[in-house]
Design a protein around this ligand. Structure first.
Ligand SMILES: [Zn+2]
Length: 449
């Protein structure tokens, strides 16, 4: 059947169902009384609602039978379920016999999303988690670098997550706190996304759900912001109302004020939420455009002391053959400070780069180095170049220790120095003709002469 014809036919069904709602012996589902809602149709998915009494259900069956006689379309009993609540077992049995449908269990899937009446648990989210895990472990993402995987997380996986978080308040257990790396904080994004629903409630958007919520939960109350949910309202409604406290400051006189046009914007809200959180004070240095993405990642790990040095492996009780630095063979414990500041391998590279650039970083620990650069009275581009040179060295040191460990080869320091210098010059060229690029180029030319 053509889709237009199908829509016309379903419109007929919809009108017939509306007519049933006007009959004196038909009773609406208690939660749909105020909106007089007795069905929802989306494409060929049909949901019918009514009070759990035989008269009302019989009316619905009459409509379905009438529709079948007129159009020849019959409900597929294998794909249909009935959900009954608040009636005794005898009544339930009678309803099942009358309708011929089988009793269904919540949650069910509707439009790709699970429907549940209760607070979501981690188990309810398993479909989302499975989908995301499948993408992560799929063959193609295994071959990607850290930076490539990061791109996958930000682009592909986040869109999957976003689809769900627009509709549901997801349980805390599946939402990780903001992880840096420019990965969005799922928890805050979820709040910002459902904020859109709240904006629709507050501005009384003309959608069925908003009318339903106003009729059912808010009854005669007009102002969503001053509304207090009753104790017997659903978990979801109470949760929405507790979250709304976070977003009071986005509204003046009931109008969303983060954007001048007054229309709700998830990204704006998200940034507001993020602004209130403690930001990594050196984040702008790590994410500066002169740093190669793979360098940023290593620095970001090192800055949180999450680089898997032997010292950390011991702390994590991971099996290792010995605890010595493999780069210098001086039988020193492989700590971050040793590897990135004291080891003879890195010291050679460090001294050469310092002579080249004339920039000498006075600290040893990764966190301290970043703070030190941040605190200089330098122009921003000089800070960024200093971080990029220093960051490249940390990256190459880390890479060299891995090469020694897993391939048994020592990376030549002279080659590393040449590569690092070349990398910086190329990266500045990559910035093309921006103002920042010309300043950087000037500085880099000074190094090279
Ligand atoms: Zn060493």
């Amino acid at each position: 059947m053509s889709s237009l014809l199908f829509m016309l036919v379903m419109e007929y069904l919809s009108r017939a169902l509306q007519k049933v709602g006007e009959l004196p012996d038909f009773k609406f589902h208690p939660m749909c009384h105020s909106t007089k809602l007795n069905h929802l149709i989306f494409a060929d998915d049909l949901m019918l609602f009514c009070k759990g009494d035989l008269k009302s259900i019989r009316r619905k069956i009459e409509v379905l039978n009438h529709f079948s006689r007129v159009t020849g379309l019959v409900a597929n009993l294998d794909k249909s379920n009935i959900f009954v609540a608040g009636v005794d077992d005898a009544m339930k049995e009678q309803i099942l016999q009358l309708t011929g449908f089988t009793l269904g269990d919540l949650p069910i899937r509707y439009l790709g999303l699970p429907l549940s009446s209760k607070k979501w648990t981690k188990i309810d989210c398993h479909q989302l988690i499975d989908k995301i895990t499948n993408r992560i472990t799929s063959a193609y993402s295994k071959t990607l670098s850290y930076a490539g995987r990061l791109q996958i997380i930000n682009a592909v996986l986040f869109s999957l997550y976003n689809f769900w978080s627009n509709v549901f308040i997801l349980p805390q257990s599946i939402l990780k706190e903001n992880g840096g790396l420019n990965i969005k904080s799922c928890k805050l994004w979820n709040i910002a996304s459902v904020g859109k629903l709240m904006w629709q409630i507050a501005s009384k958007a003309d959608t069925l759900w908003i009318r339903w919520v106003h009729g059912l939960n808010m009854k005669d109350e007009q102002d969503f912001w001053t509304h207090t949910p009753s104790k017997d309202s659903s978990w979801y409604w109470r949760r929405l109302n507790s979250i709304k406290l976070t977003m009071g400051m986005w509204y003046t006189n009931g109008t969303y004020c983060l954007l001048t046009n007054g229309a709700y914007n998830v990204s704006c809200s998200y940034n507001q939420l993020l602004g209130r959180q403690l930001k990594l004070p050196v984040a702008d240095l790590i994410w500066n455009s002169l740093m190669l993405p793979r360098h940023r990642f290593i620095i970001w790990l090192a800055n949180q002391e999450k680089q898997l040095t032997k010292e950390r492996m011991i702390r994590l009780q991971m099996p290792i053959e010995d605890d010595k630095c493999c780069l210098c063979g001086e039988s020193k414990l492989e700590t971050q400070v040793h590897l990135f500041a004291e080891c003879t391998w890195t010291t050679k590279v460090k001294e050469a780069l310092e002579t080249w650039s004339g920039i000498k970083i006075q600290k040893t620990e990764v966190t301290e180095c970043l703070k030190w650069i941040k605190g200089r009275h330098w122009k921003q581009y000089k800070k960024e170049i200093a971080t990029a040179i220093w960051g490249a060295r940390i990256y190459h040191t880390w890479r060299a220790s891995n090469w020694k460990l897993f391939r048994g080869t020592i990376v030549n320091t002279e080659i590393t120095i040449t590569q690092t210098k070349k990398g910086i010059v190329e990266r500045v060229d990559y910035l093309k003709d921006s103002r920042k690029a010309s300043k950087c180029r000037y500085l880099v030319q000074k190094f090279c002469n």
